[in-house]
Design a protein around this ligand. Structure first.
Ligand SMILES: CC(C)(COP(=O)(O)OP(=O)(O)OC[C@H]1O[C@@H](n2cnc3c(N)ncnc32)[C@H](O)[C@@H]1OP(=O)(O)O)[C@@H](O)C(=O)NCCC(=O)NCCS
Length: 206
């Protein structure tokens, strides 16, 4: 018997994708656009990833400013309705945000790490970016963030540049990562094309 792992449906007038994880059979994911009802869950995700990922690597002053200014609330207020989220058991536990060919943010709650949530969010973002006509996708991460670098390397991203971080005022270094896309919305890994084949054109896309 062929087991079905993904399907889409209209729910409440909105398109949603449903997944069963073959590795984690008890986990069912829903991928959908964020709504205003996600605002507090999205803020909690950002506070969680801040604690687990950025807090240990930035100055106390930078951490205090982040929390004092409640930057997660501002970001979610400004951009939240553009996010795509994944929901598990009624709880919003991860999101991706992109504009044009640039992925602004990808965050998965630490309680749900390594379940394939980040992968599903990026699969969707890359497919939509390709569908919008871009031939590559760009994003930034920090040199200290070995987990995200492993995650993006596994998806075929390559370093295109590195420069001093402007956001945290903590002496960090930002890495620009780039990955070529193919026009039908699937990634080169899915079609067997080598990311290296297209490096020249992707770097010129800026
Ligand atoms: C980076 C992040 C998005 C990964 O999300 P995730 O849902 O845990 O990742 P997935 O389960 O989809 O992992 C997919 C693949 O990426 C790689 N990967 C993910 N986490 C990894 C880790 N800690 N170490 C090594 N490889 C890793 C693996 O190849 C993994 O496949 P596998 O589990 O079958 O081996 C998540 O850890 C996160 O939100 N971190 C904090 C915020 C952040 O750093 N965002 C990105 C940079 S701005």
């Amino acid at each position: 018997m062929v087991r079905r792992h993904a399907w889409s449906a209209e729910v409440g007038g909105r398109s949603r994708s449903f997944y069963h994880s073959p590795m984690h059979d008890h986990v069912a994911f829903i991928l959908r656009r964020a709504t205003s009802e996600d605002a507090s869950a999205l803020r909690i995700i950002l506070l969680d990833t801040f604690d687990s990922t950025w807090r240990p690597n930035i100055t106390d002053a930078a951490a205090s400013a982040f929390l004092r200014e409640d930057r997660p609330r501002t970001y979610v207020g400004d951009r939240g309705l553009h996010f795509w989220v994944i929901e598990v058991a009624g709880e919003t536990i991860g999101f991706v945000d992109w504009e044009g060919d640039f992925v602004n943010a990808l965050h998965v709650r630490s309680t749900h790490s390594r379940l394939g949530v980040g992968r599903r969010l990026m699969d969707h973002a890359e497919a939509e970016i390709a569908r919008a006509g871009y031939s590559s996708v760009r994003l930034e991460t920090d040199t200290f963030n070995s987990r995200s670098q492993a995650f993006y390397a596994a998806r075929g991203y390559q370093e295109a540049d590195r420069y001093p971080d402007q956001e945290w005022r903590s002496g960090l270094t930002t890495i620009l990562l780039v990955k070529p896309l193919v026009n039908d919305g699937s990634s080169p890994a899915e079609t067997g094309a080598s990311p290296l084949d297209r490096t020249g054109s992707l770097l010129s896309q800026g």
